[in-house]
Design a binder for this molecule. Sequence first.
Ligand code: ADP
Length: 433
Amino acid sequence: MIASGGALWLLLGADLSWVWPLVLLPYLLRHLYFLAKLTRLIRRHHRLAPPFPGGLWGEVYRSIAQYQQRGRKGRKRQIRFTRRFREAANAVPDALVILDKQHRVDWANPTAATLMNVHWPQDSGRPFVDLLPHPDLKTFVEAGDDVRPIEIAPNHNRATMLSLRITPFGERKRQRLIVGRDITKIYHLNMIRRDFVANASHELRTPLTVIAGFLENLMDAPATPLNHRRPLVLMHNQAARMRSIIDDLLTLSRLEIHERPEEQGAVDVPEELHLILQEAQVLSNGRHRVETEIEDDLLLLANQPELRSAFSNLIFNAVKHTPEGTEIRIRWSWGTDGPELRVRDNGQGIGPEHLPRLTERFYRVDRARSRESGGTGLGLAIVKHVLNRHDARLLIASEVGQGSTFTCIFPGGRGISRESLERPSAPTTAAAT
Ligand code: ADP
């Protein structure tokens, strides 16, 4: 219409250039009006609703209205999801705390107030270790080791026992989710069980020593009738077996009392292995072939009696639980992650169904055979405990008909090179390579 109007004036030949602004002005004003209206509506977060203007502005209004509607639906969904998450987190009987990258409280559920002394939102932004003081907690939070929980009796309620688990998450896993569980009942039951086993074993030890002593005397006495000797030998053997069980139970009880060995130092593992191997040769009585590969320079930061007990259990097992002619290979070396002891045999192997239960107390693959070979069923439980106390892992691989491999993997920081020890100024716990 504007174009046809302009053409008409031109045809008429007049100088009508001043008319153009007049014609364009309403057009521009209309656009400015809708633009200003739209800006105001958006700034005030108004909802765009029909009727919409015609033409291009109608299209723009309609698109923005659709976009607003999608946003509203998304927000509603998000609110519903957040509410449901909060309800679920509040219903959980465990305490949940989320820490930010600086390990300050970001969020916590209501149970965290009673169990961990973390009140949200009041404690938001406060360092977690200030709210639940404990000597091991700082290292625990910084390490973010999601495998090992720690057990603590919190200062604000010494009567409870808490098990804390930590999961690193978020950008570069710098945030932390801490889950706290009240294990007071289980802890006390465990203590009762542990004390009972320790006391019962201790009480049984002395009478058993007396019985074994008398049996020995009777066996050797010339006045003992010949037909009594065999039953006396059998009784003496059974008393010795009971004694081994009691000794292993006492060892396990001792290992359970403290989480970490009280005394640790540089253990000369090659020397220990030579001593254990001498005993193993006696036990084998020439029925096995034993091969060794021992890194003589590699020592270990550990508790010597505990280490001796764990290593001898693994090596004696390879002798006790394999048939004559078996080849046993023992290797002490620096593995992928740190020092490793590997005990491999090509005996009858262990079925896959038994492997997850092997370290349970009194679990035996073949009960009768294990008893015959003098096993107590507690050896691998002792090994597992000792390794846990040294931050180490036990890997068991076995195949029926092929043999078994038991590997103890220690953290690199526990490796010590003999050479560094012998140098007077050298640090005693330098990692070997
Ligand atoms: P035990 O006192 O019977 O040796 P352990 O806890 O040391 O008890 O071992 C548990 C069971 O694992 C044993 O009874 C045996 O059946 C099985 N076992 C352990 N080591 C081996 C091995 N090298 N080869 C075959 N079986 C084994």
